[in-house]
Design a protein around this ligand. Structure first.
Ligand code: SF4
Length: 460
């Protein structure tokens, strides 16, 4: 137990941070999912250990009421680790010396359910299928990559990759909601292979809730010769194919099903589709429809609420039981760093710099220009990602060292705004703390409405 809310049923029962929870209703929960289900009833009985002594206690609560305690991790037994060796795996392309949790490769359907992590299902079993269906642990997120068994085994570098999509069929047939993704690698699973995958999905997995195509990320630490980024023409071909299959799926299923990530549109220099084409943004956190959703939220019509599913960088640290997500900033930010009207009047206001990656800048600059912010002393600064290098240009992978270097070149900027998407518990991926960038850097929640409100407050 890492924390207990004062006055909660757990608090009243005498449970405190540091206690060990051994069983609930006589059962040792395997993970936070079991735990949640077990404590959901009326007056659940907990077996607790403190300093070697164990005792049972019934929690004074009604059915469905919260217990008021947080546990240390989402999985109490072992996380199912990944047994694939994909050449395109971004974890294999990380530099050495980062915090250990970033090198952790899971392939656990529970983390797919809890965090939106993608699983290849190569370690999925009959028992897992039974549990998913019995406890209704979905939506799940599955890495498909290709439906060609031989190619899939080759891409995952695992013979089980050839057969593990049988679990996808079983899940879908049983009515589970599953979203798929394809990491498109040029010359490997694009072109005819991608088209064959779309055709197979429509034929064999038409119940799939969505299928997102994302381009392979290639950092400067990738092994030479193994991977290369898409050219503009290759990205345009993917976008075109996705549009063709959207039209086909719309006719066959009444929905578009297949989507290309924002990165593909930016690489191809093709305008993003309208927001409604993203059909509820089921893969928003996978970078699919993020730009349109941000724009809508900035303009005050963010009616389509994006899903809050996260990627593995959020998942591996912290793992609080409530919300299942590490907070992006360790102390929720109010408006620290944004100069007050008095400060600005005294000349401290100065320029406002919005820090982002190269892709983010291509979305933000026209948006802020359209709404007159660029004329009012706001500037969008695209930060080069020297840390990862390669084709890494998304705001979520910006690191402290690169941001510090960009800030140092612009002493004329008085206030810096930075999307909190690149932070986990106030730290960047390179381990640097947000606070080391100085008091003038203000993290802003990665939503259009939050950026607009912060800009308006700073310019007021
Ligand atoms: S399945 Fe995912 S975590 Fe495992 S090697 Fe492939 S890309 Fe990496």
């Amino acid at each position: 137990v890492v924390s207990v809310a004062e006055g909660s049923p757990a608090w009243q029962a005498g449970i405190r941070a540091g206690d060990e929870l051994l069983a609930v209703e006589g059962v040792a929960p395997r993970d936070v999912i079991d735990y949640r289900l077990l404590v959901d009833g009326e007056e659940p009985e907990l077996l607790v250990r403190r300093a070697g002594a164990t005792w049972s206690v019934a929690l004074p609560k009604g059915a469905g009421e919260p217990v008021g305690l947080q546990v240390v991790s989402p999985v109490f037994d072992r996380v199912c680790t990944c047994d694939n060796h994909c050449a395109f795996c971004f974890i294999f392309q990380l530099p050495k010396g980062l915090r250990r949790s970033l090198y952790f490769r899971d392939d656990d359907y529970r983390l797919s359910f809890l965090y939106g992590n993608f699983t290849t299902l190569t370690r999925f079993t009959e028992l897992d299928l039974e549990r998913v269906l019995e406890q209704r642990l979905f939506p799940l997120y599955v890495s498909i990559h290709t439906t060609d068994p031989e190619l899939r085994a080759r891409m995952l570098r695992n013979p089980r990759g050839a057969t593990s999509l049988r679990w996808l069929a079983a899940l879908l047939e049983a009515g589970a909601e599953v979203h798929g993704q394809i990491v498109v690698c040029p010359g490997v699973n694009d072109g005819a292979a991608l088209e064959a995958t779309f055709a197979d999905v429509l034929d064999r997995y038409p119940q799939l809730a969505s299928l997102g195509c994302v381009p392979v990320g290639v950092s400067r630490f990738a092994r030479p010769g193994e991977l290369r980024p898409h050219t503009k023409q290759e990205a345009a071909a993917v976008v075109e194919l996705v549009h063709e299959w959207q039209a086909l799926c719309l006719r066959a299923l009444g929905r578009r099903l297949v989507h290309a990530s924002d990165e593909f549109y930016l690489l191809a220099d093709v305008p993003f589709p309208p927001l409604e084409h993203y059909e509820g943004l089921p893969q928003h956190e996978n970078g699919i429809g993020m730009a349109r959703a941000f724009e809508a939220s900035f303009e005050g019509h963010g009616g389509m609420v994006a899903s809050a599913r996260g990627g593995f960088f959020q998942a591996v640290d912290g793992a609080p039981a409530v919300g299942y997500r590490a907070r992006r900033v360790s102390v929720p930010s109010a408006d620290a760093g944004v100069p007050s009207r008095a400060d600005r009047a005294r000349g401290r206001g100065g320029r406002i710099g919005v820090l982002t990656g190269h892709y983010g800048a291509r979305v933000l600059r026209p948006l802020l220009d359209r709404h007159g912010y660029l004329k009012r002393g706001v500037e969008v600064i695209a930060v080069e990602n020297r840390f990862f290098g390669g084709n890494v240009a998304v705001a979520g992978l910006l690191v402290g060292a690169d941001l510090a270097a960009a800030i140092a070149t612009r002493p004329d900027v008085a206030t810096w705004l930075l999307s909190d998407a690149c932070l986990s518990e106030g730290r960047f991926l390179d381990g640097r703390e947000l606070s080391t960038l100085g008091p003038r850097v203000q993290p802003v929640p990665a939503e259009g409405s939050a950026l607009r409100a912060t800009l308006d407050a700073a310019l007021a």
